[in-house]
Design a protein around this ligand. Structure first.
Ligand code: SF4
Length: 489
């Protein structure tokens, strides 16, 4: 059996399909995949709600029970099927929606996606479905992708008519029908003929179009500093990988064309930390005490939770703020975390403005994020707009001097994320012991924190984990600045 999902795995990388069929126990659901699934389910909920006459074809049993139920439902001549399942002897697929069009006497195929535009992979997905359903004797008419209208702004109850974009992709699906048939044949032959684990070289397929669930397994022997860390041109990467040259030391310098990676390459191959003290001194001369270190956590759901938000808008629900009154003084800490089922922004902004004072540099990491959120929150809460604009005018991005290569350490890998910089500069401070370790997890935790079906007492641990994580983000900036000051002293 080749399912629709397995076919898409095959197209991404044949080994993905082989591992899925033969070593499924190694599959790891990344946080990102779980997040996307959740968003997808939310969108489906609003679409299905619009088809009151739809008959749900899913059972609590196996896929074969679902297939049997679909056959049974079809016998009753329905007009709308929700999640029907089909198996033609080789291919299996579960559609999102099938709607019977009386005028053409055929079924319209509808694929529901939580994206804000139609992607090529959605067309391939529908072409597979069309092939499977046609083989099962259904006449397929038009094909649609229902996705999210990112211009929609929530006002009161969700309006599915305005939220969902219905794009007719019939011509695009028909255009790839023949080639998809051939690719399905190839995938079926691959399953039949490949008994041993295929030897597939890693090039750029592992995260394109989706993060593969077997990353940990396939990358287990890739060195810590590898050819994959240098953003090499594909032709160079292929050449080196085909010769089993995976270490950075195997790469000729002239192959490293991206500017940001050259310093990393030199730092790693010479095992030296490269520091431009004058550059750091010049940057830090921009700071005015008291210093504030600010970090936001945000949640960006496909379906806006509250009025005034559009799909996938970053909604700030938490901040951590450290304050350093003067050089070497004690550090004060302030924080906010919304745990109510309500728009967190008005309360958060009010508290932030009380905490942050109106003079002194506001240090952030990657200013475009905090500044954009401040701008959006100012538009949402007019009476605080001026204060938020003023905060923006005082922002200094501590990542700047790493972006400018004033400090190059091999462990930054040519990047400047705080998750890379912190362990290299302040190894005693680590995210590893925390239960919430990254922004994605913090975001998912927020959804649980405001879930009204869970009692407050049961959420205390979660709340405390979220506070610890965000606090570490700003404490990390304090410690990194200390380190930089030590260097230039
Ligand atoms: S991790 Fe990469 S090489 Fe391994 S199966 Fe997935 S896509 Fe293929």
């Amino acid at each position: 059996m080749l399912s629709k999902t397995q076919f898409l795995y095959y197209l991404q990388c044949p080994k993905y399909l082989w591992l899925y069929k033969n070593k499924k126990e190694l599959l790891k659901a990344e946080d990102d995949i779980k997040y996307k699934q959740l968003q997808g389910e939310d969108v489906e909920f609003w679409v299905y709600g619009n088809y009151e006459s739809g008959i749900d074809c899913k059972t609590d049993g196996s896929i074969f029970d679902d297939i049997d139920k679909t056959k049974e439902v079809l016998r009753s001549k329905p007009t709308v099927l929700i999640q029907p399942s089909f198996f033609d002897g080789d291919l299996f697929c579960r559609n999102d929606l099938l709607v019977f069009d009386v005028s053409s006497c055929s079924w319209d195929l509808i694929e529901i996606k939580a994206t804000t535009k139609v992607e090529d992979i959605h067309i391939i997905d529908l072409a597979f479905q069309k092939q499977c359903l046609s083989n099962c004797g259904l006449e397929i008419g038009r094909a649609y992708v229902y996705c999210i209208n990112n211009k929609y702004i929530r006002k009161g109850e969700i309006d599915p008519e305005k939220l969902i974009l219905k794009e007719d992709v019939t011509d695009r699906v028909n255009f790839i029908e023949m080639s998809t048939r051939q690719r399905i044949e190839d995938a079926l032959s691959f399953i039949e003929a490949t008994h041993d684990e295929p030897d597939v070289r890693i090039i750029k397929q592992c995260s394109n179009p989706y993060d593969c669930g077997f990353l940990d397994y396939c990358w287990r022997n890739v060195p810590d500093h590898s050819v994959y860390d240098l953003s090499l041109k594909e032709e160079y990467l292929k050449e080196l990988v085909s010769q089993d040259k995976l270490n950075i030391e195997d790469v000729p310098y002239e192959y490293v064309t991206r500017e940001s990676k050259k310093g990393y390459y030199i730092s790693k191959t010479t095992d030296k930390v490269m520091i431009d003290e004058d550059g750091i001194r010049k940057e830090l001369a921009n700071l005015t005490y008291p210093l504030y270190f600010l970090d936001y956590e945000s949640y960006s759901p496909a379906i806006p939770l509250f009025d005034g938000f559009h799909p996938y808008q970053q909604m700030v629900f938490q901040y951590s703020l450290h304050k350093m009154v003067s050089s070497g003084s004690d550090i004060l800490h302030y924080e906010f975390l919304s745990d109510e089922w309500a728009n967190p922004v008005p309360e958060l902004v009010k508290k932030l403005i009380e905490d942050i004072g109106d003079i002194g540099t506001v240090i952030v990491w990657n200013e475009s994020f905090e500044k954009s959120r401040n701008k959006e929150m100012g538009e949402m809460c007019h009476k605080f707009k001026e204060s938020l604009d003023s905060i923006n005018s005082r922002v200094y991005d501590l990542a700047t001097l790493f972006k400018k290569n004033y400090f190059i350490h091999k462990d930054f890998k040519g990047g400047w994320s705080i998750k890379l910089v912190l362990p290299a500069l302040v190894p005693e401070l680590s995210y590893k012991s925390l239960n919430v370790q990254n922004g994605g997890q913090a975001s998912e935790s927020y959804r649980e924190l405001i879930d009204q079906s869970i009692g407050k007492d049961d959420k205390e641990g979660l709340r405390s984990d979220m506070l610890k994580y965000c606090e570490l983000d700003t404490l990390a900036m304090v410690k990194i600045l200390d380190k930089l000051n030590d260097i230039i002293r």
